[in-house]
Ligand binder design. Structure first.
Ligand code: SF4
Ligand code: SF4
Ligand code: SF4
Length: 201
């Protein structure tokens, strides 16, 4: 390894620290695997190099909301294979990290579109609570995607409907929730939304 390459090499403790910044166990695993693939993984042995790429594909499916029960079993199989057969500690530690995070119920929760930490964008929605919206228009001004519809209320005039977020246009950037002075914007998991809709139906 050249001195430049050595300088660039990411340490496993840095990989873990970066992953631990996330709250969602699935997101933690993805950050860990991506950082591992970007630096400490040398590709010298087959179970680790193939396993970590395969693990990344499976973990992404949970984040995107397309995973199935079979992906849980496959991910466990990949990780245990890496633990047993990877040549060095780095590969084993990566697999152990995935396994540790699979101990929580979150992987199963993601199968039903629920990310409890609300970090997986495909599994969350920003919504405006009509009863709390004063039609001030501040959120609309910060939404770069023109996803918020509504007309600013004019003083002394009535008959204005609350603002609404057009889900198809929303990129889940989270800017609107930061600026609403009335806490009228909420972040919901897709599961909570489905439950709400079924109660309202
Ligand atoms: S287990 Fe170690 S030696 Fe094998 S590919 Fe991974 S980092 Fe390289
Ligand atoms: S900032 Fe809040 S109160 Fe104002 S329009 Fe948007 S959601 Fe309604
Ligand atoms: S989350 Fe971002 S894109 Fe979605 S409505 Fe709010 S500001 Fe617009």
């Amino acid at each position: 390894m050249t001195p430049e390459e050595k300088k660039k090499e990411i340490k496993m403790e840095d990989v873990r620290a970066k992953a631990e910044e996330k709250k969602c166990p699935v997101q933690k695993s993805l950050v860990f695997v991506e950082e591992f693939l970007a630096g400490p993984m040398c590709g010298k042995c087959f179970p680790c190099s193939l396993g970590s790429y395969e693990a990344r594909i499976r973990i992404k499916k949970f984040i995107e909301g397309t995973a199935t029960e079979e992906d849980i079993a496959t991910l466990k199989r990949i990780a245990s294979n890496m633990i047993e057969t990877s040549r060095c500690k780095k590969g084993k530690d990566t697999a152990k990290f995935i396994m540790e995070n699979m101990d929580s119920n979150e992987y199963t929760e993601h199968l039903s579109s629920n990310c409890s930490s609300k970090e997986c964008r495909n599994l969350i929605k920003y919504i405006i609570v009509p009863e709390q919206c004063t039609m001030c228009g501040i959120c609309q001004d910060v939404c770069k995607d023109n996803a918020i519809i509504g007309e600013k209320r004019k003083p002394y005039l009535s008959g204005y409907p609350p603002f609404e977020i057009v889900q198809k246009r929303c990129t889940k950037c989270g800017e609107c929730i930061k600026v609403c002075p009335y806490n009228a914007i909420e972040l919901k998991s897709s599961k909570e939304m489905a439950e709400k809709e079924s109660v309202g139906a």
